[in-house]
Design a protein around this ligand. Structure first.
Ligand SMILES: NC(=O)C1=CN([C@@H]2O[C@H](COP(=O)(O)OP(=O)(O)OC[C@H]3O[C@@H](n4cnc5c(N)ncnc54)[C@H](OP(=O)(O)O)[C@@H]3O)[C@@H](O)[C@H]2O)C=CC1
Ligand SMILES: O=C(O)[C@H](O)COP(=O)(O)O
Length: 502
């Protein structure tokens, strides 16, 4: 990628004269007249990787106007044709997987094999969405009035799901393709238009995704799908508060908390941070728990909202668990995403400094380091901390990096109390061999999802996915997203006389 057109298929995205990537507005690749850019850094080299345009408010308005017009056409396209159009995009995405994965490698430092899986998973998600949309949206309700006390059977009610209009999609850096299609695909199958504001890190991958929609041809009306790059600090709120929005689907960190207060009377879906607790009971299969802690805590260097972000282990098995987790951590490879290492540089210097701050605070307050802390630039070696206590910041903050804190507890109730005190409540997991205990703890932990004997995870992508407290509003997953991006419309047939079937 590095600031140039990637392949012929994608050459329209890039403006060689200015060295900038364009935005996709109203079915065209547009050169912004702002003369302002947003710079994307390569997290591994810490050098400039690419530039995208900071579009103006007028250009944002144009995109919204295009959305409104195109949606009028799209909502009347038969459902089966909408599904076919989505399947076409999935096919193109698969064909272009290598190029898009390379963007992820250089923009967000995701290992090449994981970048490829992200693209494949996105194509799978689009296809599943097309299928599920056909089933869900073809069904409605038929009600008769005579169920309600005092009424006769003289009213027949038909209810179905109709689109909302325009959905503003704001994904985060860590899955710039997958968390983009998880918003776009349900919106489109349901008959909506979309305006995507890609994350800065991941914007080029996002623009490549836009080209896959463009190349699907006239199956989509011009203006139905827009990718508008902006400086979030200048125009993020403007977009979120735009009167053209009929829905906001956002994934990211605490900025979502403030956006939720600013948007008006529209449905919102907020998937925010997580401090996913892993509770390991006295009777747990420790090999299984250790395996999941290593994978769950360190995949993509811990930069997943569903990463294991604190282990709460019964003190009687803590030594044995630590030994097993450490053995797994020692096998992790560290290095560059191009070389498919397990641990790769974190997204930015700012993020690396934040992670380091948490580690140093824990050190100063007496945490036991099971691994030596080591950092080179944005690359942080996997760090395992034992004997973490509630007075340490790492006990509560989300590092979003390759650091797993372990806290020893006297029993499951203490673990549950700690998990429930966190302001973040996305997922949690419980390791125990006792099914009754598992269900009791699942009920007791107040988080969006509790995994039994497995690490937290969003997928498979048709499962409901939601956070409680500061972790979110609403629920994602293919079925729930389609539901959320539609509204119920009813038609009531009033009969002159009650009708009864014999
Ligand atoms: N629950 C979940 O499903 C997930 C949660 N997350 C959470 O996201 C965080 C990390 O992702 P990160 O990308 O850094 O999150 P951010 O919250 O920083 O950014 C998320 C998105 O919001 C945009 N944005 C920033 N400010 C505004 C604004 N004022 N108005 C509109 N949009 C804005 C960003 O743009 P820009 O990049 O240009 O600043 C980006 O596209 C972590 O806390 C993580 O837990 C991540 C993935 C999944
Ligand atoms: O952004 C995230 O971190 C994801 O939503 C988590 O997805 P995963 O559990 O499939 O990695």
């Amino acid at each position: 990628m590095s600031g140039s057109a990637t392949t012929m298929f994608f050459n329209e995205l890039f403006d060689a004269a200015s060295g900038q990537y364009k935005s996709y507005i109203n079915g065209k690749w547009l050169r912004s007249c702002s003369n302002k850019v947003v710079t994307i850094m390569n997290p591994s080299t810490r050098e400039e990787q690419a530039k995208v345009q900071a579009c103006t408010r007028e250009e944002i308005d144009e995109a919204y106007e295009g959305c409104a017009k195109a949606q009028e056409v799209w909502r009347q396209v038969p459902l089966w044709k909408r599904a076919e159009a989505l399947r076409k995009v999935a096919g193109i995405l698969r064909e272009q997987r290598e190029t898009i994965a390379d963007c992820l490698v250089s923009e967000v430092a995701k290992a090449k094999k994981d970048s490829l899986s992200e693209v494949d998973r996105s194509a799978d998600l689009i296809e599943y969405c097309a299928e599920e949309g056909l089933r869900l949206l073809s069904k409605g309700d038929f009600l008769t009035s005579d169920a309600f006390k005092g009424t006769e059977r003289n009213k027949l009610c038909l209810s179905s799901r109709i689109p909302l209009g325009t959905v503003l999609c704001i994904p985060p850096f860590n899955y710039p393709v997958n968390l983009c299609v998880s918003k776009i695909a349900p919106a489109l199958i349901a008959g909506n238009a979309v305006l995507v504001k890609p994350p800065t890190q991941g914007a080029v991958a996002g623009l490549h995704l836009a080209q896959c929609f463009d190349k699907a041809g006239d199956v989509f009306p011009k203006g139905l799908v827009n990718f508008v790059t902006v400086k979030a600090s200048e125009n993020g709120d403007y977009m979120a508060q735009h009167p053209g929005n009929d829905c906001l689907s956002f994934t990211g960190g605490d900025v979502g908390l403030s956006l939720a207060k600013k948007v008006g009377m529209i449905p919102i879906q907020m998937e925010l941070g997580g401090k996913d607790a892993c509770i390991v009971c006295e009777d747990a299969d420790l090999d299984l728990a250790a395996k999941h802690i290593v994978k769950g805590g360190f995949s993509y260097s811990g930069q997943r909202c569903t990463a294991v972000k604190i282990v709460l282990v019964h003190e009687s098995v803590a030594d044995a668990l630590c030994e097993k987790v450490l053995a797994g951590v020692q096998k992790l490879t560290v290095g560059m995403p191009e070389d498919n290492k397990n641990i790769t540089p974190v997204i930015s210097e700012q993020s690396a400094n934040f992670i380091e701050g948490l580690v140093l605070d824990a050190k100063q307050k007496g945490a036991k380091f099971l691994t030596e802390y080591k950092r080179e630039g944005n690359l942080i070696w996997p760090t395992l901390l034992d004997r973490v206590r509630p007075d340490m910041d790492i006990a509560w903050e989300e590092p979003f990096g390759p650091v797993v804190p372990i806290m020893r507890v006297t029993g499951a109730d203490e673990a549950v109390a700690h998990a429930n005190k966190s302001r973040l409540a996305l997922q949690a997991c419980v390791f125990t061999k006792d099914v009754d205990n598992a269900i009791r703890l699942s009920d007791a932990v107040r988080a969006g999802t509790v995994q039994i004997n497995g690490a937290p995870a969003r997928g498979p992508d048709h499962f409901p996915f939601q956070g409680f407290r500061d972790s979110g509003i609403g629920s994602q997953g293919i079925v729930n997203s389609i539901g959320m991006m539609t509204k119920t419309k009813t038609t009531v047939i009033n009969l002159p006389t009650p009708s009864y079937t014999v």
